[in-house]
Design a protein around this ligand. Structure first.
Ligand SMILES: [Zn+2]
Ligand SMILES: [Zn+2]
Length: 664
């Protein structure tokens, strides 16, 4: 979730809204590296006009020396300036945040008692937390939208006004929520934005130039939310909305949501008998026989690839003494998410992560640089106590299997090891049909352990690995873990939804906490570099993603059943049985429908259970030793010899092909 920070850490550029043309000129550097001279005090909007009328028409805001600002901001010194449009992620953010103000105005005009609390953006939209006694229900959405429509149609400008913190506090003294927002701001200059008929809201900005650009919106839902997420505080009403640059994009988004509903893995999981949940264990998935076939197919492939990349596998206990978690730092930093138990009068914890167990295995032997890099994988079952409200089918569970691994190496080996992990990750993602990746690199946070030198070496190694692989990546400055920098892998599914799957994290803390050593070339004992990495993240969640990505039609190699024999009538049952036995002998997961149903009904049933290949057999097929093959989701049928069909199916399984259609 993207949270809109209300106030920037830096002082906003001071200006009074007037364009003062100084006698000095400012030199502007544009994103393409070209430069431009403008009169000191020229606004970002005027700069956009100077660059070109096309850009000026689509300009929304500006980034001045890396800081987002309104288009009306005057540029007062030499600066690097980027004009922000809807093509930029920041442009969409500004649109969504501005629309939160528009919705707030609409709500306040309908319910004048409504108190505004906080209105950040979220993925694909925004929300506003509102304190109002009267409950807002979906039945009210239409009139809120109607009022929002009037506001956007009026196309009035967002106008910024700023004052000192003490003035702002005096102005809002009767509003506990806004007073709290001001108190949490670290800037002495507090800004307000108004639009329309004098509606005003405390905000850091920036916003759209005017309300008209936010006309493709929709209110999505309403939910309860505690102030500051604190259950001891008042329950507020959180109204969610979405907004897009054009009506067409809004419609496409709403269509994607509809499509996603049809692919909901919770519904398909039940329909295809893959898994279930039970109130006996909230957040703990029960995998059924069909689900285990998918699971085991993934494990088998995962082991195979890890073997190829030089990994060994371990398994460590789920319950370990509490003292270990004090040592690892989990007690101090992660206790709230852990489960505990008592055995023989001693306190134990159920592992939320596999790393401490991995360190204990490392410590059972002395190690030399000659053994490095050591790549130790573990399909580790972990328990994390998520709040009950955030659980969602297989996507958010309290117990899951992590495809974990720890690499122990020397600092010089970081770069080649990272390259290896990237190659392994891509090989795995591609096998599941994911081609659209997005990589983020998170660097040293303000609060961190380890010397600047080791941070520099390892952050450079991560960057160099990405550059070596010619991978585009986004840098999240200061967003690394306190114990080391990291790379995150995101994939996009067929509905363009982004999922964070893999992560590579360097760790300077845990090897020290566990006194891990190795003997280096010069015979001295040194602390190894520890790399934590996961590729799929959680097996449970990944299976949920696969189900939704494929809409239940899993690729042949993952499908619980791969082929079904459907005899046209009882007369063909003997031949059907023969075909079925051949399929089984060839290790194809198969079934044979010998029921009394008519063939159309048999086909329809096989379809609804997502059987990839339906082999229809009658007297004609029996005579020629063939099968009439129907492919799931395809209208074409093909008649081929039974042995040929088996060879084709086996090849598709070996190549992990999702496409079922074949040439005969
Ligand atoms: Zn705002
Ligand atoms: Zn780890």
């Amino acid at each position: 979730m993207l949270v809109w920070v209300l106030f920037s850490k830096q002082e906003p550029t001071q200006y009074n809204g007037l364009v003062v043309l100084g006698k000095d000129m400012a030199q502007i550097t544009l994103p393409d590296g070209s430069t431009l001279e403008i009169a000191d005090g020229t606004t970002a909007k005027q700069l956009a006009e100077k660059i070109g009328p096309g850009l000026a028409r689509v300009a929304l805001a500006a980034k001045i020396n890396g800081q987002l600002a309104d288009l009306s901001t005057p540029i007062t010194a030499n600066a690097a300036v980027q004009i922000i449009t809807f093509k930029d992620a920041e442009g969409l953010e500004i649109l969504r945040h501005s629309c939160a103000h528009i919705m707030a105005e609409a709500i306040c005009s309908i319910w004048p008692n409504a108190k505004l609390v906080y209105g950040p953006t979220v993925e694909d939209g925004f929300y506003y937390d509102i304190d109002l006694e009267e409950p807002i229900s979906p039945a009210d959405f239409e009139r809120i939208e109607k009022r929002m429509g009037e506001i956007t149609k009026a196309d009035t400008p967002f106008i910024r006004k700023q004052m000192s913190r003490s003035e702002a506090l005096a102005k809002l003294s009767s509003d506990r929520y806004k007073t709290d927002n001001i108190n949490r701001a670290d800037s002495e200059i507090i800004s307000f934005y108004s639009h329309g008929d004098g509606f005003e809201d405390l905000c850091r900005g920036p916003h759209l130039p005017s309300t008209g650009k936010a006309s493709a919106f929709k209110i999505m839902s309403v939910a309860g939310a505690y102030w500051h997420g604190d259950p001891t505080q008042k329950m507020l009403q959180r109204i969610y909305g979405t907004v897009w640059p054009t009506k067409k994009e809004l419609d496409a988004y709403l269509q994607r949501l509809e499509d996603a509903k049809k692919r909901d893995h919770r519904v398909l999981g039940k329909q295809l008998d893959l898994f279930s949940f039970n109130e006996a264990g909230p957040g703990f998935a029960f995998m059924h026989p069909n689900g285990m076939i998918v699971w085991n197919a993934i494990v088998e492939f995962w082991r195979d690839v890890h073997n190829k990349y030089g990994y060994e596998e371990i398994k460590t206990p789920i319950i370990l003494n509490e003292q270990l978690w004090h040592k690892s730092g989990h007690w101090d930093n992660y206790k709230e998410n852990m489960y505990f138990t008592r055995v023989d009068d001693a306190d134990y914890a159920i592992k939320p992560m596999n790393c401490p167990g991995g360190c204990l295995v490392y410590k059972t032997q002395q190690h030399s640089y000659k053994e490095f890099p050591m790549r130790i994988a573990e399909l580790g079952l972990v328990h994390r106590h998520e709040a009950s409200g955030v659980m969602h089918g297989l996507f958010r569970v309290r117990q899951f299997t992590q495809d974990d691994a720890h690499i122990f190496c020397t600092p010089e080996q970081i770069k080649p090891e990272i390259i290896g992990v990237i190659e392994l990750a891509f090989e795995i993602y591609r096998a599941f049909g994911f081609e659209d990746f997005h990589i983020e690199l998170s660097t040293k946070p303000a609060k961190h352990i380890g010397s600047d030198e080791i941070w520099d070496i390892s952050t450079n190694a991560l960057e160099e690995a990405l550059k070596y692989k010619k991978i585009e990546y986004k840098i999240n400055e200061g967003d690394g873990a306190f114990y080391g920098p990291k790379i995150d892998f995101h994939i996009r599914d067929c509905l363009k939804r982004s999922w964070q799957l893999g992560t590579i994290q360097l760790d300077f803390s845990m090897p020290q906490r566990f006194d891990l050593f190795y003997t280096d070339k010069d015979n001295t004992e040194k602390t190894p570099v520890m790399i934590h990495r996961a590729i799929l993240g959680s097996f449970e969640r990944f299976i949920g993603i696969l189900i939704e990505h494929y809409g239940g039609n899993l690729p042949l190699w993952l499908s619980p059943k791969q082929a079904g024999v459907l005899p046209i009538s009882e007369k063909s049952n003997d031949y059907a049985k023969l075909v079925y036995e051949k399929l089984r002998d060839a290790r194809l997961r198969s079934e044979c429908d010998m029921s009394d149903e008519k063939i159309d009904v048999k086909i329809a049933k096989a379809h609804s259970r997502r059987l990839p290949f339906m082999l229809v057999v009658g007297p004609k097929e029996a005579q020629s030793g063939t099968v009439n093959v129907r492919m799931l989701g395809d209208k074409v049928t093909k008649t081929v010899g039974i042995d040929k069909f088996i060879a084709i199916a086996k090849l598709k399984i070996a190549e992990k092909k999702a496409e079922l259609v074949f040439e005969d």
